[in-house]
Design a protein around this ligand. Structure first.
Ligand code: PLP
Length: 444
């Protein structure tokens, strides 16, 4: 349905670049002199007149950078709990939570209140790490309470990729080595360093040369771990590979990896950017596996919808960023006070609402109900699940049919034949039943 305003812009010849664009439905009597009419008189800036007459959808197409030729283009006006709402009032059940971000649901009142309270005090003050900023300090303290004792220091960042970049620099600085190992089909972010350790050549090749001395081993292949040597600064691993189609590490693999890293003095870095903050039924997947890394990277669900990331390590390691030279990693907005306040409220909400309780039961219900001749397998753990089908066409078609029926799903970067399910942890059992019925119906 294209609006008259849009068709006016697109199809009608214009005699100026700035037509007034006042939309009139009917006319009767004298021209009104109300303030609403006055504000359309040409007394303000050009931009003021141009923008109101173009729909957001059109401006999205025109002015916003796109990362594919086929953006989903779903227009969302507001979001609350487990649902998103389009401007026409259509309601969508969110099965992907902005890719594992809205773990506690959208616009959680505790997070909103924490943001408001922080806005009453201050926003940005100074680059990261110079001033004593209460929300940063309190968030770091809470995170260290939740992580194994080994973790003693938190570096707050803007994003997941920045947390990975920081962890890579920390590993080089702390070990004096520069080789970094990761795994095939790994996703750690899109900046140059994070891209270098990505496990998918298709997305990397156009940007070479990337970081040297980087290699990818086969995931879950214990024999390959012999390639981790005394030259290796760090090994980066996702306990459950996200973009591979929710492919969990085997416990034996992670244990062998831990042992090998300790043996050769390489740092083991867990990328828990997607697995963290309750998604696997534990605060962090490391607790589910009983394997403790040296460094952990966090982001996504941490901010309860606000942008923030972190990398955490023992203090002796983190302190290496302070010297030779100092300022080993700097960031202006990392650990923004408002994001920190939101993150602290998020952690408190996960605990207070016991949101990790019942994750295994929710996973089981998904597994029980995602039964369909076209579903070959369901992989993943907790509320990061992938329904594997025969082709990308099936994935695409199912996604679109689900969308028509008000359920949002997604696809994966390195797995063309799986449907992504990564809902808010607040998803109810009834909503799981509804979602599975829509998915199976869409597959049919
Ligand atoms: C496992 C993992 N690591 C790192 C990142 C990068 O995080 P960001 O997009 O915040 O830079 C992502 C994002 O999808 C991720 O899933």
């Amino acid at each position: 349905m294209i609006s008259n305003r849009e068709l006016f812009q697109r199809n009608l010849a214009h005699s100026t670049n700035l037509p007034l664009g006042l939309e009139i439905e009917r006319a009767k009597g004298k021209l009104p002199t109300s303030s609403a009419a006055n504000c359309l008189l040409p007394t303000r800036s050009e931009a003021y007149y141009l923008y109101p007459m173009i729909s957001n959808r059109e401006l999205f197409q025109r002015n916003l950078a796109h990362t594919t030729n086929l953006p989903l283009g779903l227009e969302i006006e507001r979001a609350k709990g487990n649902y998103l709402y389009s401007p026409d009032g259509k309601k969508y059940l969110d099965l992907i939570s902005g890719i594992s971000v809205s773990n506690i649901g959208h616009l959680h009142p505790n997070v909103v209140a924490a943001i408001h309270a922080q806005l009453e005090k201050h926003m940005h003050l100074q680059v990261y790490g110079e001033y004593v900023v209460a929300p940063q300090v309190q968030l770091a303290t809470k995170l260290l309470e939740l992580l194994p004792k080994k973790f003693e220091s938190v570096y707050l960042t803007n994003s997941g990729a920045e947390a990975i970049e920081g962890a890579m620099k920390l590993a080089k600085r702390a070990t004096g080595r520069h080789e970094i190992i990761s795994f095939k089909n790994a996703y750690h972010g899109s900046t140059h360093g994070a891209l270098s350790i990505m496990g998918g050549e298709e997305f990397k090749q156009a940007f070479r040369p990337l970081l040297p001395a980087v290699r990818q081993l086969d995931f879950n292949e214990i024999e390959q771990l012999q390639h981790i040597t005394k030259k290796t600064a760090a090994v980066f691993v996702e306990p459950v590979q996200g973009e591979a189609g929710y492919n969990p590490a085997t416990p034996e693999f992670l244990k062998a990896l831990r042992a090998r890293c300790s043996h050769v003095g390489a740092l083991l870095v867990f990328d828990e950017i997607q697995t963290g903050l309750g998604r696997t039924g534990h605060w962090f997947a490391m607790q589910k596996y009983g394997v403790t890394p040296d460094v952990v990277a966090l982001a996504k669900g941490l901010g309860g919808g606000m942008p923030i990331g972190a990398f955490c390590s023992p203090k002796s390691l983190m302190d290496t960023l302070k010297e030779n030279p100092m300022l080993g990693h700097i960031t202006t907005f990392g650990g923004h006070p408002v994001s920190c306040a939101a993150a602290l409220a998020t952690l408190q909400t996960i605990a207070a609402e016991n949101l990790m309780h019942g994750i295994t039961e929710k996973e089981m219900l998904f597994r029980k109900l995602l039964k369909h001749p076209k579903i070959k397998a369901v992989t993943g753990t907790g509320l990061m699940l992938a329904a594997h089908v025969d082709s990308f066409e099936t994935v695409e078609r199912t996604m679109h049919r689900c969308l028509q029926q008000g359920v949002i799903t997604d696809w994966f970067l390195f797995n063309q034949t799986a449907l992504r399910i990564s809902p808010p942890l607040t998803l109810t059992f009834e909503e799981i039943e509804m979602a599975c019925s829509v998915i199976c119906d869409s597959l049919s």
